[in-house]
Design a protein around this ligand. Structure first.
Ligand SMILES: NC(=O)c1ccc[n+]([C@@H]2O[C@H](COP(=O)([O-])OP(=O)(O)OC[C@H]3O[C@@H](n4cnc5c(N)ncnc54)[C@H](OP(=O)(O)O)[C@@H]3O)[C@@H](O)[C@H]2O)c1
Length: 264
């Protein structure tokens, strides 16, 4: 099985290491050198049967998909593509699946939170929000955006969007789940902090940082100093990667292996 990652040149991802070291798979990283139309040919040449996609190519790949899983349609975000033997691209979102699983686990560990404060409105934030809404639809979710009036939220609910100054001023319940879903603080700019001041975090909060490099981020460290419970992005990374692999394996078993058998 040949697999890969479509990512920006400067993106540092654990995915190649993870799939090569743990599963001994061929997993290459590529940065498109040509137009989106030529990207299909570029990937076909590599003979991948699937790939992950990350910043800044998520929208490009979304537009190129032949088939979209309903979750991908709902949140307008894709992170995993399986390629059929005929060359069709099927898009999935395993961030959603990982978030659904991990939110379920968090529910067992922590007393139920009364609100979700979600920094960022990108693909990962939307995946977490969508999963949370499926699991706990009665709990309000507040996205925080630099440009709340232009936040790219394709769904009607959950749909509260605040600016950073509104989020800072608003009183938050003692039991709040804060999800840090922006790239602020990610390697190599590890000293950067999101615009939500850590001293607003209460000791009774759970802070879930989606970044896994560094692990923990400066923001997560500050949250811990405030007394909050923290979760880092490492388990999230692992879960979404495992779910991607399950999708590619299914494609391999159901669509590629029968063709190899019938040819031999
Ligand atoms: N652990 C994992 O496996 C995993 C999986 C997926 C993502 N992640 C991490 O989660 C983070 C978000 O990923 P993503 O795919 O959602 O990225 P994305 O689609 O690029 O979205 C990131 C969001 O963060 C906000 N943002 C971007 N630049 C910012 C800046 N300079 N200052 C403040 N806010 C900024 C933006 O929201 P506004 O424009 O509305 O402010 C943007 O929509 C990344 O750090 C990524 O590494 C981790």
């Amino acid at each position: 099985m040949r697999l890969g990652l479509v990512a920006g040149e400067n993106v540092v991802s654990f995915s190649p290491l993870f799939f090569r070291r743990i599963y001994s798979l061929v997993y290459e990283k590529t940065t498109p050198t040509s137009s989106p139309e030529q990207l299909r040919a570029q990937i076909a040449e590599r003979r991948w049967i699937g790939f992950n996609v990350t910043t800044p190519y998520k929208s490009t790949i979304y537009d190129l998909l032949d088939v979209r899983d309903p979750v991908v349609e709902a949140i307008r975000a894709v992170n995993t593509v399986a390629i059929t033997p005929e060359g069709q691209w099927h898009g999935y979102n395993t961030d959603f699946e990982a978030a659904y699983y991990l939110l379920g686990e968090l529910q067992h560990v922590y007393p139920e939170w009364e609100a979700v404060l979600l920094l960022g409105t990108g693909g990962a934030a939307r995946a977490v929000a969508w999963a949370h809404w499926q699991l706990l639809p009665e709990i309000p979710i507040y996205f925080v955006s630099r440009t709340p009036e232009r936040a790219p939220l394709p769904f009607a609910a959950p749909h509260n969007v605040l600016s950073y100054s509104q989020a800072i001023d608003q009183p938050w319940p003692a039991r709040t789940l804060l999800v840090q879903a922006t790239p602020i603080g990610m390697f190599p700019r590890i000293q950067a902090l999101p615009d939500f001041p850590p001293d607003r975090i209460q000791p009774t909060w759970v802070v879930w940082e989606l970044i896994y490099n560094p692990n923990p981020t400066l923001f997560a460290q500050r949250a811990r100093q405030q007394g909050a419970s923290i979760e880092t992005g490492m388990l999230f990374f692992r879960k979404q990667a495992e779910r991607s692999l399950a999708i590619w394996e299914r494609m391999w078993v159901e669509r590629y292996r029968p063709r190899i058998r019938s040819a031999s």
